[in-house]
Design a protein around this ligand. Structure first.
Ligand code: ZN
Length: 320
């Protein structure tokens, strides 16, 4: 058995946007408590969507370090960052602490890192998974959560066969409810709670193993892409104003759109199978047909694209 390679940075984070919440005010949704050190991950369910933008507002009484969509787009955004300096914002991800109903893991965490409630928000890197407690979480989101957790666990010194137990003997993962009791708050809710206590471990261990000891065996595989089928209408000249695909009407738009946040490209509407690498902010993509609900488009190459973070490029009249 080879010795695990614990070089920091060996396990990459998943693709994500960075939109740091720089307008927050001390005492409203976050506190400047001094330098933070990550000692684990805090898991939350947002009870809604648009968490990254909402939590970043200066008047909103809450902040986590990350937010991710529960849907196939799995859009992931870093909104706050642990830097180890006095500028670190300890977001109000978590509260309140009630030692009488806290889990044994939660009590150990608080005791180990200072013995007072603020250490939870200071020293857990937190994430909101969008959607409500009982909503399903798409496989793309489950995959990216595992990559995020694996990257952090590796950098925090956890060997693959010990995950999720840290070198100091405490666990790396904490649900909100563990500190306040389920009766006060069920966060992160049934679906995410089940995920972090089972599937996450099953997904993270092979990622860590491949990176730490897999020099000759399975290195982490890159994404597998499959070509998106070209709709028959897109082979016609001229293309019809509307076409039916799988019983759904798509209408011809044939316009360029600018990409505003990382956006996946898929082989079919709602699919988890990627057709190519993700579109990045600033990319321009030609959308030929638009799904009747306007939430999906078909790009010139045939890829099915979620439209949430695309905006149409409007021609500007350049008349002098
Ligand atoms: Zn929570």
């Amino acid at each position: 058995m080879s010795t695990p390679d614990m070089t920091k940075g060996l396990v990459a984070l998943p693709e994500h946007n960075v939109a740091l919440a720089t307008r927050k005010v001390n005492g409203v949704g976050m506190d400047l408590l001094g330098p933070r050190t990550r000692h684990g991950l805090g898991w939350h369910r947002a009870q809604g969507n648009g968490a990254a933008g909402w939590l970043s507002r200066p008047d909103v009484r809450g902040l986590t370090d990350w937010a991710i969509s529960e849907n196939a787009d799995a859009t992931m955004t870093e909104i706050n960052r642990i830097t180890g300096t006095d500028a670190d914002m300890s977001g109000w991800a978590q509260g309140p602490y009630n030692s009488a109903v806290a889990s044994e893991d939660a009590r150990q965490f608080v005791a180990a890192y200072g013995g007072f409630a603020s250490v939870i928000n200071m020293h857990l890197e937190s994430i909101e998974v969008e959607g409500f407690y009982d909503d399903p979480i798409h496989d793309n989101t489950r995959r990216d959560l595992a990559r995020w957790a694996a990257s952090r666990a590796h950098d925090d010194g956890i060997a693959w066969d010990r995950y999720p137990i840290k070198p100091d003997g405490l666990t790396h993962n904490y649900g909100h409810r563990e500190f306040c009791g389920v009766a006060y708050k069920a966060c992160p809710g049934s679906v995410l709670w089940a995920y972090i206590n089972g599937e996450l471990i099953d997904r993270v261990q092979p990622i860590l193993k491949a990176a730490q000891v897999g020099a000759t065996a399975a290195k982490p595989a890159g994404p597998v892409y499959r070509r998106a089928p070209m709709p028959p209408a897109m082979k016609l000249d001229p293309m019809p104003d509307a076409t039916m695909l799988n019983g759904v009407t798509f209408r011809l738009v044939n316009r360029e759109f600018r990409v505003e946040a990382l956006t996946g490209c898929y082989t079919s509407v709602g699919s988890a199978t990627r057709s190519r690498s993700s579109l990045r902010p600033g990319d321009v993509v030609r959308i030929v047909y638009l799904h009747e609900n306007n939430k999906w488009g078909i790009a010139a190459g045939g890829s099915r694209i979620p439209m949430a973070h695309l905006s149409e490029i409007v021609d500007v009249d350049q008349a002098a």
